[in-house]
Design a protein around this ligand. Structure first.
Ligand SMILES: Nc1ncnc2c1ncn2[C@@H]1O[C@H](COP(=O)(O)OP(=O)(O)OP(=O)(O)O)[C@@H](O)[C@H]1O
Ligand SMILES: [Mg+2]
Length: 561
């Protein structure tokens, strides 16, 4: 009998081919497990250090390699610096410096930029100086793979197997996949770092922006047209004196802050902006919860969608309360100074009138009386020639003095101004100017118009006088045209000469008082003063004075409603 029945219960002997296939299968499954764990590691690792460490451990644990390590290229020293390893390293990596130019699979890989296999360490020269050390640690074959970052050489992943001839094409393909994944992970870390850096810079810039807003008391706002919701920067909350919380601000809430007296102008400005007429540029007041009033300057513009529909109204708002207060103080001070100047002018004018009258009336009359007496003496004394001669010269001196007195008193304040009014006084001034300087003046004025306001009468007369004096002193003019007209509710005085004109900027530097005084006088009469001149082209001055004061105007307006 053959032994067949006994043999038939034993497993059949495996052929060599079957054993080879089983081993291959085992090897493949080890490598696939490695890949799948490497990928997991890539997903969860937070930085490159952690990634390298875990990948080496995975290679040893799941890929059952004898040793695995990762190194990075140090460009400066042209060496490869090991950063992570796992398995039987036993001082292998740190025994010698691994230069880029060395023998050995890793240096090869770095130099060539592609993987390098040494499938028989024992019998091949590929390990160079490391051969003995490698064999001592049970390394029989090795593969070095290049790691790149953004396409540039970055480091290596090197694995040692305890079996000679371990690496064939399939293993190489799988391991190349692993290094591609490592590169991807490294790039991802860099991108994340860049993103974090960008976020950090953004935060810094936001902080700076907030600080700048706080210093300038200027905030940024946005109104979404569709839902009337408002977004404010922190500074706007601070300006409006409210805490920033989760309650959305709407346009309606915002309007509750606008000062009741300014609501109308705000609405009007808003309508104009929404209709696309203007940009928003408005100064208005808000009333805070604590009852205080703030002055704001708001600027804004509309942003449209591609179809031309308004989407967002956006702009800035600045708290200008302090500037407004300062400006108001300056304005008040200016007004006080103007009032003071006006008062002094009036006093001066009154004094001039008084002195002119005293000189003319008192002194003039007394001298006339003396003259009459001397004339009487002249008639009574007869025959004494020397005495008569002396009396004659006294009489002629008295005539001169009387003449001077009239001249002085007229210069101080022409009586025609008080006796016959503005128009006659201006005409008198024209005649005086023509005879004195021999320059013709064409003066055009209404005959039947009476200015009753003493302030306007004196003011316009003095402006006219100063202008003619300037023409005589500075212009070299050969003719002057002047006119006094009524235009609507304005009294308009213009004086034009054909002289040499002047450069305004130059004249400003002179700090003279004539033009300044005219301007001030005009302001005192609530009027407008303008001088138009070009060097070589003459000078034209115009003054317009409202005949109805603003208060009267206001009353008239109110009554008519
Ligand atoms: N009609 C004019 N033609 C040419 N230059 C003129 C005329 N009016 C004024 N100026 C120039 O403007 C300057 C300023 O005039 P302004 O009346 O302020 O001062 P002023 O006449 O020089 O001195 P004052 O203070 O005594 O009046 C003059 O010095 C002159 O150079
Ligand atoms: Mg002058």
């Amino acid at each position: 009998l053959s032994q067949k029945p006994y043999n038939s219960i034993l497993p059949p002997e495996k052929t060599q081919e079957q054993v080879r296939l089983e081993e291959k299968l085992l090897k493949s499954s080890r490598l696939y497990a490695t890949i799948s764990h490497v990928n997991k590691t890539i997903v969860y690792a937070r930085d490159a250090g952690e990634l390298f460490k875990k990948i080496c451990s995975v290679a040893v644990e799941y890929g059952q390699f004898r040793m695995a390590w990762i190194g990075l290229i140090d460009k400066e020293s042209q060496t490869i610096v090991p950063v992570s390893h796992a398995g039987h390293e036993e001082g292998f990596l740190y025994r010698m410096k691994i230069g880029v130019e060395c023998m050995g699979p890793t240096s090869h890989t770095i130099r060539q930029g592609k993987h390098f296999i040494c499938n028989d360490i024992e019998n091949g020269p590929a390990m160079g100086a490391w051969q003995k050390e490698a064999l001592n640690r049970g390394y029989r074959s090795a593969i070095a793979l290049p790691i790149t970052k953004f396409g540039k050489p970055f480091g290596n992943f090197t694995l040692y197997s305890q079996d000679a001839g371990f690496f064939d094409q399939q293993e190489v393909d799988l391991m190349l996949e692993v290094v591609t994944d490592i590169s991807f992970a490294l790039e991802k870390f860099d991108n994340e770092a860049a993103l974090q850096e960008t976020e950090r810079l953004l935060k810094e810039s936001e902080a700076r922006y907030r600080k700048a807003q706080a210093i300038g008391r200027m905030g940024h706002w946005e109104l979404t047209v569709e839902n009337a919701q408002v977004t404010w920067s922190d500074e706007v909350y601070s300006i409006f004196g409210i805490e920033k919380d989760d309650t959305p601000i709407t346009f309606k809430t915002f309007l509750t802050f606008v000062h009741p007296d300014d609501k109308a102008i705000f609405r009007k400005a808003e309508e104009e902006v929404m209709s696309g007429k203007h940009r928003l540029d408005l100064v208005y007041r808000i009333l805070l919860k604590d009852g205080s009033v703030r002055h704001l300057h708001q600027l804004g513009k509309i942003l449209y969608d591609p179809d031309g529909h308004p989407v967002i109204l956006t702009g800035t708002v600045q708290d200008i309360t302090e500037q407004e207060q300062k400006e108001q103080e300056i304005q008040e001070r200016n007004e006080q100074l103007r009032e003071l100047a006006s008062n002094l002018q009036n006093i001066r004018e009154e004094e001039r009138t008084y002195i002119a009258r005293e000189i003319h009336d008192e002194l003039g009359q007394q001298l006339t009386a003396i003259k009459l007496d001397v004339s009487w003496l002249d008639r009574k004394i007869q025959g004494e020639e020397p005495v008569k001669q002396r009396i004659g010269s006294i009489l002629s001196m008295l005539t001169d003095v009387l003449h001077s007195i009239r001249k002085i008193s007229t210069q101080l304040r022409p009586s025609v101004l008080d006796d016959l009014g503005l128009i006659e006084a201006l005409k008198w001034q024209v005649r005086d100017f023509e005879t004195r300087y021999n320059i013709p003046v064409h003066f055009d004025c209404p005959e039947d118009f009476l200015v009753t306001d003493a302030g306007i009468t004196t003011g316009l007369f003095r402006i006219f006088q100063e202008t003619l004096t300037n023409i005589a002193r500075h212009s070299d003019a050969t003719v002057v045209t002047a006119s006094l007209r009524i235009k609507g509710e304005q009294l308009l005085l213009t004086i034009t000469d054909n002289g040499k004109g002047f450069d305004r900027e130059e004249v400003k530097k002179k700090k003279t008082l004539g033009l300044l005084g005219m301007k001030e006088r005009t302001l005192m009469m609530n009027g407008q003063w303008e001088i138009d001149t070009t060097p070589g082209k003459g000078t034209s001055l115009s003054v317009s004075i409202p005949l109805i004061t603003p208060e009267i105007k206001e009353d008239a307006y109110l009554n008519s409603r």
